[in-house]
Design a protein around this ligand. Structure first.
Ligand code: SF4
Ligand code: SF4
Length: 406
């Protein structure tokens, strides 16, 4: 029998941030404000009370030697940095730690660890300590259960035991979960109802809200994926849980949009404004891979109103990418492959190569999948041919994806 309850855990979580003498009582960067043009707005991340940049740094694609990229973002006011043990097989955490040496009191750090229904609290603690070693830090502000797509994972009571111990030992301040797959809504509902999380990080973009498609005249079928996601994120917000959106660009085909951008505003900035104007979203993170990109993205900071021009860009993007974009957190084709290919995951990793332009990251993520697409090479494609209600030709995408990523 565990010697704690979820209610006690929550209470404890709220208290830990108030314990004096712990390192996170120093003044945050948010209080000083940005040194120059860059971040225009800091938001309170729910019950954590952290004041974070509304557009923050995703580190999934940080590589050795990218320290200056992190410092560039920091110089422009970004103060929340999100990473994970799996990014670059731990190298993302190392680079982040190098770049932020001596600046720990100016930033907030979130990292993540994948768990399963049977992962022990002992293993979780070991993983956390490995993260801290790579980051060269004593604690992280937010520690997340990474890429959760099964309620069974959330029901693992070892997670509660681990979180309680890690908070008591001052190694984490707040706990959360991230998700971007087909059972995201069920997982979020469970985690919120059970009081498991202080912060949620969820895939969310303009293509996942039915409201985006209202009045959108078209000759083909455009529908929202996970139409229930706004409801569950609003529930999180109503319980004072911090809500951060990721994958806000719906695939990041930025170059496709350059011809349509006018007057200085860009598609990415429109996408940020769309996600940040939602009352249930506190902030957004995005992978930042060049200084130019950082400056462009931060041009969307502070924007709480989506203009007519923004909407036109978003609609144009939806039109252009509709038949090639495998929707985040969709998975409506689940079970279509008799050979067990995890179609949505395969196409998500393909996107990292074809849309994000990061083949190395795509290959790394592909390797981590259990069910690779090698069977597609010897399949006539009949079973999955009409399995995608959004019109993607799965049989023509998965085999080449395997050849490209394996
Ligand atoms: S292939 Fe189609 S049905 Fe399958 S996850 Fe992608 S968008 Fe959804
Ligand atoms: S092409 Fe064949 S093996 Fe590949 S996903 Fe479709 S049904 Fe499965």
């Amino acid at each position: 029998m565990k010697s704690f309850t979820r209610r006690a855990l929550l209470r404890f979580g709220a208290l830990t941030g108030m314990v004096s003498g712990l390192p996170w009582t120093k003044a945050s960067f948010a209080e000083a404000g940005p040194p120059s043009a860059g971040v225009q707005r800091y938001v309170t991340l729910g019950r954590t009370g952290l004041k974070i940049s509304d557009i923050s740094f995703g580190s999934s694609r940080l590589r050795d030697g990218d320290e200056d990229l992190v410092r560039h973002a920091l110089d422009r006011g970004v103060n929340y940095f999100d990473t994970a043990e799996s990014y670059g097989r731990g190298r993302s955490e190392v680079v982040l730690g190098n770049a932020l040496e001596g600046k720990r009191d100016q930033v907030y750090i979130a990292t993540k660890m994948g768990t399963g229904p049977a992962t022990s609290s002992h293993r979780m603690m070991n993983s956390l300590e490995d993260c801290l070693r790579r980051l060269q830090m004593d604690y992280v502000d937010v520690f997340m259960n990474h890429a959760v797509n099964s309620v069974a994972t959330l029901k693992n009571s070892e997670w509660f035991e681990f979180v309680e111990a890690a908070k008591r030992q001052g190694k984490i301040r707040f706990a959360g979960m991230s998700g971007h797959a087909g059972r995201l809504v069920q997982c979020l509902d469970y985690a919120i109802d059970e009081g498991m999380v202080d912060v949620v990080l969820a895939s969310h973009n303009f293509g996942q809200d039915p409201a985006f498609y209202e009045g959108f005249t078209r000759s083909w079928d455009l529908v929202a994926v996970l139409p229930d996601l706004p409801r569950v994120l609003a529930k999180a917000k109503s319980k004072n849980i911090g809500v951060i959106a990721m994958k806000v660009l719906r695939g990041a085909r930025l170059n496709d949009m350059r011809p349509f951008e006018q007057g200085g505003a860009t598609f990415s900035q429109a996408a940020f404004r769309w996600v940040l104007q939602n009352s249930y979203t506190d902030a957004a993170i995005i992978s930042m891979t060049s200084t130019r990109q950082i400056d462009e993205y931060l041009g969307g900071s502070g924007g709480l109103q989506v203009t007519e021009e923004d909407l036109e860009l978003l609609h144009q993007y939806a039109r252009l990418t509709d038949l090639s974009y495998c929707r985040h957190a969709c998975n409506e084709c689940e079970g279509a492959c008799p050979n067990g290919v995890a179609i949505a995951d395969v196409l998500r990793t393909r996107m990292y190569a074809t849309d994000y332009g990061d083949l190395a990251f795509a290959k790394g993520e592909y390797r981590r999948l259990g069910a690779l697409a090698s069977p597609c090479l010897n399949c006539d494609g009949q079973p999955c041919r009409n399995a995608c209600p959004h019109g993607l030709q799965i049989d023509r995408l998965c085999g080449p994806a395997h050849l490209m990523l394996s």
